[in-house]
Write a protein that binds this ligand. Structure first.
Ligand code: FES
Length: 192
């Protein structure tokens, strides 16, 4: 079983320091968010942890994922949907924070998930298939790495498009199982 180790790959994030300041997060505009000019559109960025699998059936222990943190699991695939991500299926698992869970009470998003404590989604944009990255915005934690007026999709903590070309669409969900013991004394993700 793969055990996630703390491997910080956030350093590639090039969002402005203003957007990283909690005091102004609620005041941001979606169009203000930017990865910067050097972002790679073929793979996710901004995640707390990354683990690459050779075999998709290999379980990944995500027990130590903190509230609001996102881990990404990558696995080779021959599915054409992943052409723009180098034939790698990147899957994000977000352990929702209390405010991310509370946000569901104001919407119909809860109907789309099995367990409110976690969101598991493919990091491939519903628009044209470029990679989706992890933002520092708690209420909008996912954004397409392809920017510009004809792209720039941003998604909430339920994987729902709230800005850009994927507005009104959900990020796709992979087949998976998530075994959770008790109050998350153990959490193991397995892709199908
Ligand atoms: S590919 Fe993501 S918004 Fe166009």
């Amino acid at each position: 079983m793969q055990k996630l180790t703390r491997r910080n790959v956030i350093t590639t994030l090039t969002a402005t320091s203003v957007l990283l300041c909690p005091a102004v997060l609620n005041a941001h505009k979606d169009e203000d968010f930017s990865w910067g000019p050097s972002v790679d559109t073929s793979k996710p960025t901004g995640q707390d942890r990354l683990v690459m699998l050779k075999d998709r059936s290999e379980p990944v222990d995500v027990t130590d994922l903190g509230l609001g943190q996102v881990a990404v699991v990558g696995v080779p695939t021959d599915h054409p949907d992943y052409f723009s991500t180098g034939m790698v299926q990147y899957v994000a698992i977000l352990r929702r924070s209390p405010s991310q869970i509370a946000a569901a009470q104001k919407s119909d998003r809860t109907a789309t998930v099995e367990d409110q404590r976690y969101l598991v989604v493919n990091l491939v944009c519903p628009h044209k298939g470029f990679a989706i990255g992890i933002t520092p915005m708690e209420d909008r934690p996912f954004a397409c790495t392809k920017e510009g007026k004809r792209h720039h999709s941003i998604f909430d903590s339920w994987g729902f498009g709230v800005h850009g070309k994927s507005s009104g669409e959900y990020m796709s969900v992979p087949k998976y199982t998530l075994d959770i013991e008790g109050d998350v004394t153990k959490a193991v993700l397995t892709l199908a």
